[in-house]
Each structure stands twice: as C-alpha cells, then as structure tokens.
Design a protein around this ligand. Structure first.
Ligand SMILES: NCCCNCCCCCS
Ligand SMILES: [Zn+2]
Length: 659
C-alpha cells in the first residue's frame, strides 16, 4: 500500500496584509517550497496524490463553537480595516479574505488523509497545509491557526471510522495548547507534545504547557507535555524523549491511528525553535512511529519557518513514509542536563498512569531545578548581550545524505530444500569462496561449518553481508543448521572484515561468549560494556518486558553505538511471538541504513513468513494489549540501565546526581 500526499496551491493564496512582526514568518512560500522540494526529489511522483476538500460546517463543529465559526465565516467579505479589527481579538494570528477558504481546505485535507488511511486506500500519508491548526481553540484563533486540523481529524476518525484510541504526536516546537484543551479529559485521545518552554518564558507562555499537566478526570495520563527549558536541543535529546517516554507509552496505549502534528520549527535553523536537531531526525521520528497502529499514520503540516530546513525535513518525513532506507544518524550525542531534567520530570509524573514507566525515578529535587533556573538566568543575561551584539548567527548544517533504495530489498540464504518466501531474492553460491575465507570458516570449532554445505552456507552469508555493505541488498535472512555457530562466524570472521561495528541482538536463551573485542579496556570491562544480557521472566513472550528492553535499552544504545550492520539472531525455542518479532525487525531498521541480517535455525522455519514480511517493510501488526509488567522485570531492567548508563549516555533518564 502506498503513501498519500495532499497538497493544493490554493492554500498558498493568503498572506499577511499589514505590518505585524509576530506574524511575518508565516508566508505562503512555506507551502510552495515544501511541495517543490518533493517534486524536485521525485518523491511526489511516488506518492498517491489525494485532492483536498473543504471541511463541512459539521466537521468544523466537531471541535469549534458555532459562534466562532459564524465569526470566521464573515471574514471573506470584510474590508482590510474589519479584518484587522477581527484579528485583534486573537493572539499571534492574522486573517485574510481567503483564509477561511484555506482553513476549510486545510482541515478537509486532514480528513481526506484520515479517510485514505482508515479505509486502507493507502498505508500512511502527509498533508501539506496552511493555515496550521494545533494552536486554535474551540472559540479562538491563535498562533497562525484558524481551525484545529488535527483535533478535527481525531474526532472524525473516531466518529466516522470507529477509531477507539487515537495517538497525536506533536513534534512542532510550540505547544499545541488547542489540542491539549480539546482532549484533556478524553482517555481515547493521547496527546504528546514537546515544546520550547524556557520555564514559561516562551510563547504561548502557558502554565498548563508544563510537564505536570497530565490531563483531567478520566483523561489524566493521556496528556504528555515535554518542556524544553533551553534552546539548542539536538538529535540525542529528541531520540531520548521518544525512547524513554513517548514510545513505551504509545505501545502501552496501543492506538488504532497515529496523527502527527508535523511542525518542523523544531529543526535546526528555525527562527522560532532555535534548536539544533538536523532534518534527517524526522526520518527517524517518523520511522519510530510507523510500527504503531499497523502503520496507519497521518502527518499534517503545522509550523516550520526556515524554508530550507522545512523543505528538507518534509522530504525526510515523506521518504520514510514511502519506506526508503533511513539515513545514518552520525554521532548522536547524549541528552543535555536540561533535557534530562525534563525527561526525569515527565517520567516521574507519568509513571502513575503508565505501567511501562512504573520504575521511573522521582522528580529531581527542587534544588536542582531552582539552581538550574538561577544558572540559566545568569547564562541567559550573558548570552542575550552576546546575541544582541552578534545578531542571530546563521545556522549551517549538511544537506541530508541521499537515501538510495538498494536494487534488492531483501535476500535469503536457505538450504536447498527450503522454499524462498515471496519477495525475497534467494542467494545461490556464486563463485568459489575465497580460500582465505574457507580456511577461516574451517577453523570454526563447530563440525558443521567444516563440511561442504557448511562452507557454502557461510560463503553465501559472506556474500550477503558484502552486498549489504555495497547497498546492492538492503537486508537478509539466513536459515542455518546452527545459529550459534553462524552468529560467531558472522561476528568474528565475516562481519569484522566488512563493518567496523556490528550490533548483535540475540533473542532467546543463549550464553553468548562475547566477541573478543580489540578495545583498550580490559576484557571484563569490555564484556560489561558490550555484552548486555536482558533476562525476561516469562521469556520473550512477556510483551511489556520486551518493550521496556527495546525502548529503554536497545534503541537508545543502538543510536549511540551507530553500527554498520545489525545481526538479529533468533535462538531456537526463544518463545518470542511473531508480532513482537516483526516489531523488533521493523524497529531495528533504524540502524545501519536498514542493513539487518536475520539468522534463524533451519527447524525454526515456521516464522520465515513473518520475518520476510517485516524485512520487506510491511508494517508489523499491533502488539496485543500490554499486560502489566511483572514487578521484578521492570526493576531488573532499570537496574541494568542504571549500571550501563555510565558507558552509554543515551540510557540516561535522570539528571546526573553529581552536579
Ligand atoms: N517571533 C514570532 C512570534 C510568533 N508566535 C506564534 C508562533 C506560532 C507558531 C505556530 S507553529
Ligand atoms: Zn510551531
């Protein structure tokens, strides 16, 4: 199934007609440069073009009041003076004779997207719209927004398509207070927003944008605010919040539909956000959400005011929706102290509502935060004077790297009598394997590697890995007589030639004798850092423990380690369910540009089809309702994380007690 793209140049046909410094950044070119970038890169041609439509009154009234709608309806006939007058009652927004028409098209575009995804016409999609929506409230326009496109879409998805649970992820750099107000007492809509906050110093300067506003009544726990109290947040800060807050909760919530308030003012270069996350981060944020709700994801444009980073970020998002390989995120740095403080605060208030966060630490003691505020103020004074002198220095960042689809998406190395699943390309032993390689393989202690077909199998594995390195092949699966032997062979003989770092994810019981790494640290230390056994009580059938291990440990660590290859090994008798297995394969695509090699034991062929489906990029089915975690598992994982965070900074979820 494809990716929908909704755009119409009509939505560029309104603009600011008077002087208002607060609104001058919201220009028609935001939409046209985004669409032109999609055309130029060939991405728009690969999408299913879906036309927008005007939202009806009834649909607008799902969120807004009649008096507000009646008021907006009058604006097309207003004189310039009347428009200014009408605008004065709202904040940081402007009206124009054509904005009501465009606002209906923007809301209608979101609804067209929801229809296309919920009816299965497409798998996912993006709507390029203006005016944006997430600041508009029941009876008020705000922050360039007239109708709340995504809030209307959420109510519409429930009413028309029977969606039970809708997740709204707002990665725009502003708090979508309009969305929060709309659903704050509604447990069927989980709203997640991060936003520049600076201890309420940043627009819209609301007390209710802070981390402790978790929703009201039966909606308590279904509103998650992550305030950024400093600017300059980077990729590592964003990924930490996704891994340690949003994704575990999202999997526990188990939505039928994911809506994204896709604002790109959270990207580097944006005058509003003043953050430092690069456009390719949106490829990964999109990817990390794509295995929820069976892949049903609707991204609706909100903000984004630097035309260069906006266009690049839009392309990164659409390219991931289309299933292209993910870009390598080079040197993901650990979250900064301020981000860790926000992370710790959010997790500590949300843990009472989400069992997946059950073991989160308490909020940092106030002295940390008051100290920080004092420091921040002092810093700020200094910085402000410096900035006034320097003016806002122009941010520069590298153009995102090309993300080329390999000629072969997925390949297989199979015993001759095993059937090759549809869509996979079977690798047959090509030329005779290199003598050096053969000798190394023969040196393998295991008997089966020594015989002819053992050598053939391993040499085909080598070819597979080689073709992944040259991006001729995306990923692959191998059925081998002995996975443990094959794993060791790949890590110690084959992998080391071809890639500098291999992330080995071994699922199922196995005492892995850890690869003799060549690091300077002593062996024991090395083993402590690079060998991370996670034991789940009920084996890998324990969904909650599995999710905690994947998001609390595996993903953050993987982003920090930045491997050139992922080796996913399924030990016989692992007990891991097909759903989780497919989820894991889907999530691991974020690393090594999607170069994952799956090893399974021949008699484990039963899960060949789910494996092939996930490798080919089909969305994993949703995990069934998460059971409440066994208390000790969560504790064990938390203790493991605490121990490891000394080595792996991306595992941190609390401010360092040191300073
Ligand atoms: N320096 C200009 C102040 C703009 N304040 C409103 C921002 C609305 C963003 C919508 S994504
Ligand atoms: Zn914004």
């Amino acid at each position: 199934m494809g990716t929908a793209l909704i755009y119409d140049e009509e939505m560029t046909k309104y603009k600011l007609l008077w002087v208002d410094p607060a609104c001058k950044i919201e220009v028609p070119e935001r939409l046209s440069v985004s669409y032109e970038a999609l055309v130029r890169t060939g991405l728009s041609d690969r999408c299913v073009s879906v036309p927008p439509r005007e939202a009806s009154d009834a649909e607008i009234l799902l969120v807004h009041s009649e008096e507000y709608l009646e008021g907006v309806k009058k604006t097309p006939h207003m004189t310039l003076e009347d428009l200014k007058e009408f605008t004065l009652q709202y904040g940081d927004v402007y009206f124009h004779p054509n904005i009501y028409h465009c606002a209906k098209l923007a809301a209608g575009s979101a609804l067209q997207l929801v229809d296309s995804v919920m009816t299965g016409k497409v798998r996912n999609g993006m709507a390029l719209v203006r005016p944006p929506g997430h600041h508009s409230m029941r009876s008020a326009a705000s922050g360039f927004c007239v109708f709340n496109n995504v809030a209307i879409a959420a109510r519409y998805a429930k009413q028309k398509h029977g969606a039970k649970r809708v997740l709204i992820v707002d990665w725009d750099i502003h708090h979508g207070q309009g969305v929060q107000y709309c659903f704050e007492d509604d447990p069927s809509v989980l709203y997640f927003s991060w936003h520049r906050y600076e201890h309420q110093e940043f627009w819209p300067n609301l007390r209710e944008s802070d981390y402790d506003c978790v929703g009201k009544g039966s909606g308590a726990g279904y509103n998650i605010n992550v305030p950024w109290n400093e600017v300059g947040m980077e990729n590592g800060d964003y990924l930490s919040v996704f891994c340690h807050v949003l994704l575990p909760v999202a999997y526990e919530f188990c939505p039928d539909l994911v809506l994204v308030c896709a604002g790109f003012d959270s990207a580097i270069g944006d005058p509003e956000g003043e953050m430092c996350a690069t456009p390719d981060i949106f490829a990964h944020l999109t990817h990390l959400l794509m295995n929820l709700a069976g892949g049903k994801l609707c991204a609706v444009l909100e903000g984004g005011y630097n035309l260069t980073s906006l266009a690049q970020s839009v392309c990164q998002t659409v390219q991931t929706l289309l299933g292209d390989p993910l870009p390598q995120l080079a040197n993901v740095r650990s979250p900064c102290e301020s981000a860790l403080e926000s992370l710790q605060c959010v997790r500590s208030v949300q843990r009472r509502y989400w069992s997946i966060l059950k073991h989160a630490a308490d909020s940092p003691t106030t002295d940390v935060s008051t100290k920080r505020i004092k420091l921040a103020k002092a810093e700020e004074e200094k910085a402000e004077t410096a900035e006034e002198e320097r003016g806002q220095e122009e941010k520069v960042w590298p153009e995102p790297a090309e993300r080329l689809r390999p000629p072969v998406c997925s390949a297989s190395v199979l015993p001759d009598d095993a059937a090759c699943p549809d869509g996979l390309k079977r690798l047959v032993s090509s030329k005779d394997p290199e003598p050096l390689l053969v000798s190394r393989i023969k040196n393998r202690s295991t008997e089966d590697a020594g015989d002819a077909d053992g050598v053939a199998t391993f040499s085909r594995l080598y070819t597979l890995i080689e073709k992944m390195r040259t991006n001729e092949i995306g990923n692959g699966v191998a059925l081998v007589p002995d996975v443990a032997a094959a794993m060791e062979c790949v890590v110690q003989d084959l992998g080391s030639d071809l890639v500098s770092r291999v992330l080995v994810v071994c699922v199922g019981k196995e005492e892995l004798n850890c690869a003799t790494a060549d690091g300077s640290e002593d062996k024991q230390e090395q083993k402590g850092k690079y060998y991370i056994p996670v034991c789940l009580k009920k084996g890998c059938a324990d969904t909650v423990g599995f999710i905690q291990a994947v998001f609390g440990l595996l993903l953050p660590l993987g982003y920090e380690y930045d491997p050139g290859l992922v080796l996913l090994v399924r030990m016989p008798g692992s007990g891991v369910g097909d759903c989780m297995w497919q989820q894991l394969i889907g999530l691991l695509k974020g690393f090594a540009k999607g170069h994952t090699l799956v090893l399974m034991q021949t008699n484990d062929g039963a899960c060949m089809d789910p494996t092939a489906s996930a490798l080919l990029g089909h969305p994993a089915p949703p995990l069934q309702e998460l059971l409440t975690p066994l208390p000790d598992d969560g504790g064990a994982l938390e203790r493991m994380r605490e121990r490891l965070q000394a080595h792996w900074k991306m595992l941190q979820t609390t401010v360092s007690s040191g300073n």
